[in-house]
Design a protein around this ligand. Structure first.
Ligand code: ADP
Ligand code: MG
Ligand code: MG
Ligand code: MG
Length: 402
């Protein structure tokens, strides 16, 4: 019985649920179901009716994280995910999956099956190229970030959304894992043996860096600027040649716009580091590194262009028209973007949650080199954030690191 009380579904349960509750398939359909989740928190079921070539995805949030029951988490995150996907579908049409249903008892949502796409992190690790990504993601970022801000949205309407997407538990995860634990010798960190000394000397012993981290943590907690995705790494992006879809926005809340943009940039740099330290052929490596550099360059420059155009077209707030304000505001978003790119590079290397781009590097010396590369770039993104504004500026930060 799916209508009374929450329970964690098995594959069979999910197939029954799709047929009985969703009525997504014909009554006599023969369904197969597989749990395909690979994330840290939730269960993802793919239910297929092969004969009629139909399928649906059911994502269920449990009361604890999938990686460890040490993380107790409100299943309300599934409501947040369902609602923001519906909302982003209107703001940025074509860039998120369709949600068919949200179920507050089973804490699950049903959505469009995107199995004909590839998770971007996996594709980049195979050194594939996606020439339209910068164009797609910059549109997604401008539409979801600027259009949910006080520049465009009515201020009372925006405050209602701030309430809808109040997300204290998932915010706490980011406050701890991104902004706190990586910056001291915390038990929960996971530092690769060969990188320990470097982390101790360049991250944990740097008081100047610590002060900047403190400022940034308070910026994250107190700047309710835009409705963020909140977890926009390349594992939250489904991609194919001519289409990009952003999934998994359960960390959504009102925070600094640069948070999402910075996560995209940092995760492209992880792909860069993977290529830099694993591709042996000089020509192939150089070619792929140029591709990632131009993708980062274009993402930032297209974001800047589209942001200014959308501001002129859509701003409703009177003071937003004052001369110089638009440029000032965009500068603050780019400053935060740079800082968050740095934070993500550091926390995915020092903290609890790592990225495969780095952990899959088999040769321990190469892995240490890759880690020193992203740590050095990360620190520079944070410390020099006031002067990093154009696509070229962003590329120069890591291009210069050996
Ligand atoms: P988590 O919140 O646990 O990280 P995700 O939403 O990232 O869960 O989904 C985990 C995995 O499930 C994805 O990496 C992808 O392989 C698969 N998946 C999620 N949503 C879909 C979808 N709409 N279509 C196809 N596969 C999906
Ligand atoms: Mg995920
Ligand atoms: Mg995932
Ligand atoms: Mg998730």
């Amino acid at each position: 019985d799916f209508t009374k009380e929450y329970f964690t579904m098995t594959e069979q349960d999910a197939a029954d649920y799709a047929k009985i509750v969703l009525q997504f398939f014909q009554e006599d359909a023969e369904l197969t179901c597989k749990e395909i989740g690979d994330g840290n928190l939730n269960y993802v079921f793919k239910v297929v009716d092969e004969r009629n070539n139909m399928s649906v995805i059911i994502k269920q949030a449990g009361p604890v994280a999938r990686i460890s029951d040490e993380f107790k988490l409100s299943p309300d995150r599934n409501r947040i995910e369902s609602e923001i996907l519906g909302f982003q579908y209107k703001l940025a049409p074509g860039f998120v999956p369709i949600v068919y249903n949200y179920d507050p008892i089973m804490n699950c949502c049903a959505m469009e099956d995107l199995s004909d796409y590839e998770i971007m992190r996996a594709a980049l690790m195979k050194h594939k190229k996606f020439p339209h990504f910068a164009d797609h993601i910059s549109t997604f970022l401008v539409n979801t970030l600027l259009l949910t801000s006080d520049v465009v949205m009515g201020h009372k309407e925006k405050k209602e959304l701030v309430k809808t997407f109040i997300n204290p538990e998932l915010c706490e995860i980011s406050e701890d894992l991104v902004y706190t634990e990586p910056f001291y010798d915390c038990q929960r960190n996971d530092v690769f043996e060969g990188s320990k000394e470097f982390v101790r000397e360049t991250i944990w012993s740097d008081n100047k860096l610590a002060l900047e981290i403190a400022k940034l943590k308070f910026e994250f907690m107190n700047n309710a600027q835009s409705l963020l995705h909140g977890d926009l790494h390349t594992g939250s992006i489904f991609i194919k040649e001519d289409s990009t879809k952003v999934i998994d926005p359960e960390f959504a809340f009102y925070g600094p716009a640069g948070y999402d943009i910075g996560n995209v940039v940092a995760n492209l740099i992880f792909a860069y580091a993977n290529a830099k330290f694993t591709i042996e052929d000089d020509e192939v490596r150089t070619d792929y590194l140029r591709y990632i550099e131009s993708t980062i360059n274009d993402t930032i420059n297209l974001f800047n262009q589209k942001f200014l155009v959308a501001w002129d077209e859509k701003a409703t707030e009177r003071v937003a028209r004052y001369e110089g304000f638009k440029e000032y505001y965009l500068d603050t978003v780019l400053r935060d973007t740079s800082a968050v790119a740095g934070l993500e590079l550091l926390r995915r290397t020092v903290g609890l949650a790592h990225v495969k781009d780095i952990t899959s590097i088999q040769n321990p010396d190469a892995r240490v080199q890759a880690e020193k590369f992203v740590l050095t770039a990360g620190k520079n993104f944070i410390l020099n954030r006031e002067s990093i504004k154009t696509g070229e500026d962003f590329v120069n930060v890591f291009h210069a690191v050996e």
